[in-house]
Design a protein around this ligand. Sequence first.
Ligand code: URA
Ligand code: SF4
Length: 264
Amino acid sequence: GDTARREEMLREMGISPLWQLRATAQVEEQADVMTEPADLAASSPPAPVAREPAAPEAPAVQVQAAVAAGSHEPARIAKMDWPDLKSSVATCTACGLYAKRNKTVFGVGDEHADWLFVGEGPGADEDAQGEPFVGQAGQLLDNMLAAIALQRGTNVYIANIVKCRPPGNRNPQQEEAQACSHYLQRQIELIQPKLIIALGKVAAVNLLGRDATITSLRGQVHDYRNIPLIITYHPAYLLRTLPDKAKAWEDLCFAVNTMQKLMH
Ligand code: URA
Ligand code: SF4
């Protein structure tokens, strides 16, 4: 019956044992496990070390040296290797977001990953730690990855549209996203992922280069510079809007199927 078919599908997709168990027990509610505390505990990364006090660094000094070297110009960025790209971001003042950041959030993971997940920009936790998706939304993202047998850092890269935190977690403005796009574009050229997953509207519209709703974009394979691009909800949105988790689960299944086709 239905249960058997679903189990078969989950097995074929190589879903983690955690999900398999849950999916068998709660066939109709499989998407719900994405936020259940037990699952968070089971698959969340080790607790972060105590945060350093947010001592303001002295950006002005680093920044002058970097600007003098011209290391934030798009034409230069487009040719950078990983080390230069990382140091360019670390000292960037190309948009106003630099002024209030604590740490830049470059991106993390396998630099030759097949899977690239792109979020919007750092929140408070990411700004403090310098790593993307380490807060609550990040725990959900880790569980979403686990659901399709992926994990942060292994064949997966995670980045954001903007590398510095927009104050108060507002959406990045168009000129901020535009200024920062050169870094993400170079990251993507270096990674050469097989598939990009845009998490949420900000990531989607910036990668697509046009405005649209998530609803109108889901369920299709789009394109970012000849790389297949799939759109789904942002995990922070899913935390607030539980009913849409089932749709996110559909999107993940669609992404897995798409990846399988790309491999053949
Ligand atoms: N939300 C994002 O879009 N990116 C992060 O890194 C964290 C939260
Ligand atoms: Fe530079 Fe991007 Fe930070 Fe703006 S958000 S200062 S473009 S790294």
